[in-house]
Design a protein around this ligand. Structure first.
Ligand SMILES: Cc1cc2nc3c(=O)[nH]c(=O)nc-3n(C[C@H](O)[C@H](O)[C@H](O)COP(=O)(O)O)c2cc1C
Length: 177
């Protein structure tokens, strides 16, 4: 018998983990770090979801998660991704899906973006360095739009724009609404 919904996540600074736990609380499912999942656990849950963060335009760990599920004969039922950009950046988000998902996944795998934020305090040294370089390049860029100027200011510090509201589309999808 299935043990219910499994929400696998990869999370470095906590946003994705928090969303995974919110989804679990809302659906009676189980949130689990993808690093800790055993083959036995994988095959005893249905459906299985995966969540991770955006990382320089890539969905961090999605390739590995795909392989893990395939190797264990498990199909992914939904994907969610957290990031620093707000949900309103629809064009960038659409591009991100196109760049990270296969044609088949784009049409058949329900996928959801949930705005998170940035947490410098919990970031690893490599990520901090990447953010420093990115910020430097943003500052150097000539002819920035007012939006880009504001964005460069915002991402220089930690912020949290996550909310329980953003799990709703995924939860509704799971409930077949
Ligand atoms: C080096 C680096 C690159 C990032 N690249 C992106 C990005 O391309 N798009 C985005 O929206 N957020 C980006 N982010 C922000 C993270 O995706 C965001 O903080 C996410 O919610 C972190 O999830 P976690 O707390 O579960 O690790 C980046 C963060 C870091 C540190």
């Amino acid at each position: 018998m299935s043990r219910g919904i499994l929400i696998l996540y990869k999370s470095k600074t906590g946003f994705t983990k928090r969303y995974a736990e919110m989804i679990a609380a809302e659906t009676g499912g189980t949130a689990m770090d993808v690093k800790k999942v055993s083959p036995d656990a994988l095959s005893s849950f249905d459906p299985v979801l995966f969540g991770s963060r955006m990382h320089a335009g890539r969905i961090d760990g999605f390739g590995e998660a795909r392989k893990l599920l395939q190797n264990n004969g498990v199909s992914l039922s939904a994907l969610f991704v957290t990031g620093a950009m707000p949900n309103t950046e629809t064009q960038t988000i659409t591009e991100m899906w196109k760049n990270n998902l296969t044609e088949e996944e784009l049409s058949d795998l329900p996928h959801f973006y949930m705005q998170g934020g940035l947490c410098y305090e919990k970031m690893g040294i490599f990520d901090r360095l990447m953010m420093k370089v990115f910020l430097f390049m943003m500052k150097q860029k000539k002819g920035k739009s007012p939006n880009e100027d504001r964005f460069a200011e915002i991402i220089a510090h930690s912020y949290d724009i996550s909310s329980r509201d953003y799990i709703r589309p995924l939860v509704d999808c799971l409930r077949g609404k």
